[in-house]
Design a protein around this ligand. Structure first.
Ligand code: HEC
Length: 396
């Protein structure tokens, strides 16, 4: 496909994915918040079967919200469901993933220095991990483990850890992270589609028929929506992590990701508990300390930048022209990346000097540039650039 068209499709899908994602996660945060803030209603309300109520003010108006203990006596004429937010987030995400990582498998998904896969094999592994991830998760939630939510949670974490390790040994770093995100996102959307919605439909139909409500449906839906609550922050983290090669391109990126799962789940836990009025600041402190620990642990090793090395700027220019300008020039030569990527132009020595801090960040510290090392930059060349930058990125 023409790179310009791909770029537009990418933009439209990404935009739609972010908007629908905000709608989904926003509604989901709101309902978790609501549930946790309900108060005991006055007796005239509890006589009607209302289990909790709350008042709120927003956008210049008062809102009175009431949640029924079981169900209203009569079905209202219009009942609002929240499902398309989830479905459209998943659909736009899946199409975007296919466009970037499957149609562009050779560019984005396959890193020959990790594994020399053919596009068909790589795409099959990707799809199998997404479908398999859902099936295994769903199966586990149907076993008696569902009653021991902590044990189940730990098993799920270990499985995700295994998955990210396996994917990090299979795909490019970005591809591996994005697939962990796709598995988690599919589980979340699958929970809505296969469990939460059917349980709500069953609830509505019992109320319409005037039958008692089967509580097992509610319990199943509750477990799944608890999982979704804790998966939200790690998922969003993965989606933005593409901008931070220090994370996704780290040698132990799968382990880094697991630490981030723990940090973000702790933060979510803190807020859920806080809504219920029993916040524990220690949880926040734990998340903060773990973040600092992670920062220290993954700090790039001091480069072998040698301040005494004699650097020839002509050699710097030739390294960068050879390894970078295919994708970072006023006239790119790369067939896929046809305009200066990230707005970074590296044609002249003064361009190179201006971008030196970012060259340091991407080509020396995180080593995720050149992109999937397409132009086969050597470590000696990275060291040479490091020395050049350490000496002030001179242009003469
Ligand atoms: C095969 C294409 C390709 C090559 C070769 C390449 N890059 Fe990039 N570069 C990209 C793409 C794609 C992006 C945008 C995605 C991103 O930012 O991760 C990018 C973004 C960047 C950015 C901008 C983002 C930021 O961190 O500010 C910098 C800086 C960068 N590259 C530096 C380099 C350097 C230095 C080299 C050579 C050592 C290089 N690139 C070689 C494709 C390439």
């Amino acid at each position: 496909m023409d790179p310009y068209i791909t770029e537009w499709l990418n933009l439209i899908l990404r935009f739609a994915h972010v908007i629908t994602g905000i709608a989904w996660i926003g509604a989901s945060f709101y309902f978790v918040w609501l549930d946790n803030h309900l108060e005991k209603p006055p007796s005239w309300k509890s006589d009607k079967g209302i289990g909790g109520d709350l008042w709120a003010i927003h956008g210049g108006g008062f809102y009175e919200i009431a949640k029924y203990k079981h169900a209203p006596e009569q079905m209202p004429k219009l009942l609002h469901w929240f499902k398309w937010e989830a479905y459209s987030t998943w659909l736009t995400g899946f199409i975007l993933l296919s466009l970037m990582f499957y149609l562009g498998a050779e560019t984005y998904l396959i890193d020959p220095s990790v594994a020399e896969l053919s596009p068909v094999v790589a795409i099959s592994i990707g799809l199998a991990s997404i479908i398999g991830g859902w099936l295994i998760y769903d199966l586990l939630c149907r076993t008696p483990l569902a009653k021991h939510s902590l044990v189940l949670g730990i098993i799920l974490m270990l499985l995700i850890c295994g998955l990210s390790y396996a994917l990090s040994q299979t795909f490019s770093a970005r591809g591996a992270f994005m697939h962990v995100g796709a598995v988690v996102g599919t589980i979340m959307a699958g929970n809505v589609f296969f469990t939460i919605m059917p349980s709500q439909r069953a609830l509505v139909s019992s109320v319409e028929k005037g039958e008692p409500v089967d509580p097992s449906w509610g319990a199943k839906a509750k477990l799944r929506s608890t999982h979704n609550t804790y998966a939200t922050l790690p998922l969003i983290f993965i989606m933005i992590s593409n901008h931070y090669p220090m994370i996704f391109n780290h040698q132990y990126n799968w382990a880094v990701l697991m630490v981030i799962f723990v940090i973000t789940a702790a933060i979510r836990q803190y807020f859920v508990a806080r809504h219920k009025g029993n916040e524990n600041k220690m949880v926040l402190l734990f998340a903060g300390l773990l973040t600092i620990g992670l920062m220290v642990a993954i700090a790039p090793k001091a480069t072998v930048a040698n301040k005494a090395n004699i650097i020839e700027v002509a050699k710097v220019k030739s390294i960068i022209n050879q390894r970078c300008t295919a994708c970072h020039s006023k006239a790119n030569t790369d067939p896929i990346f046809t305009i200066a990527q990230g707005g970074v132009v590296l044609d002249t020595l003064s361009d190179m000097n201006r971008w030196a801090p970012r060259i340091q960040a991407r080509a020396i510290d995180a080593k995720d540039m050149p992109f999937i090392n397409k132009t086969q930059m050597t470590n000696d060349e990275r060291d040479y650039l490091a020395s050049w930058i350490a000496q002030g990125a001179l242009t003469k």
